[in-house]
Write a protein that binds this ligand. Structure first.
Ligand code: ADP
Length: 328
């Protein structure tokens, strides 16, 4: 069987220092309780999540010729994702994100390296045939690819693929207008709450969602442990999150997206896709890094069976609920 899902995106390692004794400060040395190297990047965490759920993946990305690049390739191969389409830059090093994590929050420092170099002209082979879905990520990090996002989306759609898009955050916080053109053309847009507010420059989520739902075919806003909202065809629903012992929420949004797209490819409706996303995201927080807690389809289904009331309709509620603030 050929691959079902194409992922085109960035690839980097996460260097995670956790349990910091105090906040990091320039000019000061502090101690961390733990350090580990993990596969990072929204695109790779999504790809691994979808692969664990049984989908064959074509993964297109770029790394440097170095140890971190080899680490990324190994991690992908471990979940049977072919690295044949991961290009190797002779000029740049593999992308790195340094994560400095306290109990309350974390600081991220990213060095883009080869992430910023991947070009559409390098990957234009007749890629899309035989696939069902394209997932695109990290719009603001992929400097050389960004001008061609629309062309990639259009080519995928001409080949009959559905397309999902998770822009992730803009480190410059400028966001810009171009992203709205992409929102209009893809089938699913994934955002978290902070991103939804920042992109729309609104202070309240209902206001942000009202704007975004008019600009998208299907909008999904992830709300951390609270679950996720889906807005489509004039309907907005909230599916609450699952209670789990979360130890690391890194990449939960990407594993959520894998669960949601998995539902879509199975032909499920909005409520069930949100449910599968929430379950995949929640389970992923039980392991360190973005991929260690990801589960296969049987484990996901069992978790959902054991944790959701039989009546899914009562689980999914209209959003915003009546007690939420009215529209202006
Ligand atoms: P992002 O990682 O993109 O910021 P979120 O933090 O909202 O996204 O997490 C994505 C999804 O993962 C949530 O919508 C939820 O389903 C699940 N999730 C995240 N954190 C938790 C948590 N602490 N407990 C349960 N589920 C969680």
């Amino acid at each position: 069987m050929g691959a079902e899902i194409i992922v085109i995106g960035e690839l980097n390692v996460d260097l995670v220092a956790s349990g910091l004794h105090s906040e990091p400060k320039l000019g000061k040395e502090i101690l961390a309780a733990d350090f580990r190297i993990a596969l990072g990047s929204a695109s790779a965490i999504f790809a691994c999540g979808a692969a664990r759920l049984g989908h064959a993946i074509t993964f297109i990305s770029k790394v440097g010729v170095d140890d971190f690049g080899r680490f990324c390739l190994n991690a992908l191969q471990q979940v049977d994702i072919s690295t044949a389409n991961v290009l190797q830059s002779q000029e740049s090093t593999t992308g790195v994100t340094i994560v400095l994590s306290t109990r309350e929050d974390r600081a991220l420092v990213t060095c883009l390296g080869a992430i910023a170099e991947l070009r559409y002209s390098e990957i234009q082979a007749p890629l899309f045939q035989g696939h069902r879905h394209l997932h695109l990520t990290s719009y603001f990090l992929q400097h050389a690819l960004r001008p061609d996002f629309l062309a990639i989306i259009r080519q995928a759609k001409q080949n009959g693929l559905t397309v999902s898009f998770d822009p992730n955050s803009d480190p410059s916080q400028a966001w810009g207008n171009d992203i709205w053109r992409i929102f209009a053309e893809v089938d699913i847009v994934f955002l978290n709450e902070v991103e939804a507010l920042a992109i729309t420059q609104r202070a309240k989520l209902p206001d942000a969602v009202n704007i975004l739902e008019k600009a998208t075919v299907c909008l999904v806003v992830k709300l951390g442990s609270k679950g996720a909202i889906g807005a489509q065809n004039g309907e907005k629903i909230l599916v609450p999150g699952f209670k789990v012992q979360a130890i690391d929420t890194t990449g939960a949004g990407d594993t959520f997206a894998a669960g949601f797209v998995h539902g879509r490819l199975l032909g499920r409706g909005m409520a069930e896709c949100l449910l599968l996303g929430n379950a995949a995201g929640a389970l992923s927080t039980r392991g360190p890094g973005g991929t260690a807690g990801q589960v296969d389809q049987a484990t996901l289904d069992k978790f959902v069976r054991e944790n959701v009331p039989a009546d899914l309709q009562s689980f999914a509620t209209q959003w915003p609920s009546l007690e939420s603030e009215p529209e202006p």
